[in-house]
Design a protein around this ligand. Structure first.
Ligand SMILES: Cc1cc2nc3c(=O)[nH]c(=O)nc-3n(C[C@H](O)[C@H](O)[C@H](O)COP(=O)(O)OP(=O)(O)OC[C@H]3O[C@@H](n4cnc5c(N)ncnc54)[C@H](O)[C@@H]3O)c2cc1C
Length: 298
């Protein structure tokens, strides 16, 4: 039996009506993960006859119409990206292009144009895949994530959202409402190694954001996808680069260091040793491309 889909018109209506939706409920945004997952292993009904009838039907709470989750806004210090923003909206946004070079570089690697028209940034995070491209890029952009439950909000650094593959710290019914991404003067790169140039889940991906102070690195954030149980921040490597010249020698040392920070696995998509090696290769390329001004600079 397919799930029941309900569509509250506003966030307030959602919080009001949530208890009436039954126990097994999930949010539905673009549906590109949820529906694909349900088709692969139908989750529709946990059949538990009680008094001769089913007592537990999964309810999908469609949040795609919630205005409160939409839009990309600029404040003095940050961009506020609604969790319901589609990847295609981010792609078309002059604000994203202006302030978020890593995310801008990642989007062309995200699935296909038709998928990007459906998939949301909130769904990319809530799905908690270690391969999530937009999430990895946002981690390098130093994003925070805003969560809400019945009007009460909390804010976390984005990497703190993830506990493991497909596991987050989201509490029952807690909703991702937005991402707050600081505006800082940086350059960025996103390099993804997949089965082909575009359209495919990554074997490894590297997101790098760098702010320069003359010839030296003032601030740097490096995130990696598909090489750990969660989107990973390479803190040791970033600390090494901070305050140093952005040259080929330091890029090479950083590449060696990043290989000690990742913990890839062997699976159907790739082999652990190859993934580890490619993290170094991708990071070195990313740093050299930023140094040569190839990547977007604010
Ligand atoms: C063919 C194909 C190719 C893909 N390629 C890529 C790719 O290259 N890169 C990549 O990163 N991903 C890829 N994906 C995965 C997918 O498109 C993304 O993860 C997408 O961003 C999910 O967003 P959605 O709006 O479709 O989420 P949904 O499918 O609607 O939801 C996903 C999960 O998140 C929960 N959820 C959604 N929104 C919220 C919210 N605001 N708060 C709390 N929970 C929420 C849902 O309950 C569900 O558990 C691909 C998927 C497919 C089918």
């Amino acid at each position: 039996m397919p799930p029941i889909v309900v569509k509250p018109p506003t966030l307030q209506a959602l919080w009001r009506s949530l208890p009436s939706f039954g126990g097994a409920r999930r949010y539905l945004a673009g549906g590109t993960d949820l529906v694909a997952g349900a088709n692969a292993a139908p989750a529709g009904v946990k059949a538990r006859p009680k008094g001769g009838s089913f007592d537990r039907t999964e309810v999908w709470v469609d949040i795609s119409g919630l205005k409160e989750l939409r839009g990309i806004k600029e404040t003095k210090t940050s961009l506020m990206i609604g969790a319901g923003a589609k990847i295609a909206e981010l792609e078309a946004s002059p604000l994203v292009r202006r302030w978020l070079p890593v995310l801008s570089a990642a989007i062309p690697h995200f699935a296909s144009p038709s998928l990007r028209n459906m998939a949301t940034i909130g769904g990319n995070a809530a799905n908690a895949s270690p391969c999530a491209d937009a999430v990895c890029a946002l981690c390098a952009e130093k994003a925070q994530v805003l969560l809400e439950f019945k009007g009460k909000r909390r804010k976390l650094a984005l990497p703190a959202l993830f506990k493991g593959p497909k596991k987050t710290v989201l509490r029952k019914d807690e909703l991702i409402v937005a991402f707050e991404v600081p505006k800082w003067k940086h350059s960025g790169a996103y390099l993804k190694l997949g089965p082909r140039s575009y359209f495919g889940i990554s074997k490894a991906a590297v997101a790098a954001a760098l702010e320069m102070d003359g010839e030296k690195v003032r601030s740097v954030c490096i995130a990696l996808a598909s090489v750990a149980p969660v989107p990973l921040l390479a803190v040791k490597t970033a600390n090494y680069l901070c305050g140093r010249m952005l040259n080929e020698e330091n890029a090479r040392t950083a590449a060696a260091l990043v290989k000690t920070e990742v913990s890839p696995i062997t699976d159907v998509r790739s082999e652990a040793g190859y993934r580890r090696e490619m993290c170094g290769v991708l990071l070195e390329r990313a740093l050299n491309s930023i140094a040569s001004g190839v990547s977007g600079i604010n």
